[in-house]
Design a protein around this ligand. Structure first.
Ligand code: 4NP
Length: 166
């Protein structure tokens, strides 16, 4: 953690559906809590098909219905440098997590894991909605909202511990 700041990277495959949803939901909650100076957020994909693109229109629409604006986000691919820049690298599913583990440098001492378990529901993975119908995008949003609250509780405790220790 760089001097009282925690950096969080959400990762999916294309960086146009699941991870931008997590990015936008988390960004809004962090702003509501006034934690923008303490928590830095980004998202990326393990794949490179959609570099520079806005989130999928179905992702933008589902998020908009929930009160989140994702239109400023642009897709990018994860790089090895991300392991130096982020404390938490959170994957949307096990396949992306496996790809990230294969890239992980030895010196990385942050947290690399799945995002959804922070929501403490019964599922571990956010399903890929890309090839399915609109309801899948709504489902992604709801799963992400639940996990965001859990992750924020976890990170706020970490920030308090770090402040107490310094
Ligand atoms: P995401 O969804 O990983 O949640 O952004 C996908 C987007 C695009 C593709 C696959 C999944 N694709 O194959 O292009």
């Amino acid at each position: 953690m760089a001097s009282g700041e925690i950096a969080v990277l959400f990762v999916c495959l294309g960086n146009i559906c699941r991870s931008p949803t997590a990015h936008g939901v988390f960004e809004k909650r962090v702003a509501e809590l006034g934690l923008e100076q303490q928590i830095r957020i980004d998202s990326a994909g393990t794949g490179d098909w959609h570099l520079g693109k806005q989130p999928d229109p179905r992702t933008i629409l589902a998020a908009q219905r929930g009160g989140y604006d994702l239109r400023h986000l642009r897709a990018r691919q994860v790089t090895a440098l991300d392991f130096d820049l982020f404390d938490y690298i959170l994957a949307m599913d096990g396949k992306n997590l496996a790809n990230l583990r294969a890239m992980q440098p030895r010196h990385f001492d942050g947290t690399l894991g799945l995002f959804l378990p922070f929501g403490q529901g019964s599922l571990d993975e956010v399903p890929d909605p890309y090839a399915g119908g609109e309801e899948g995008f709504q489902q992604v949003l709801e799963m992400v909202e639940r996990a965001t609250d859990g992750l924020l509780t976890h990170l706020r405790a970490e920030l308090l511990n770090a402040a107490g220790a310094s």
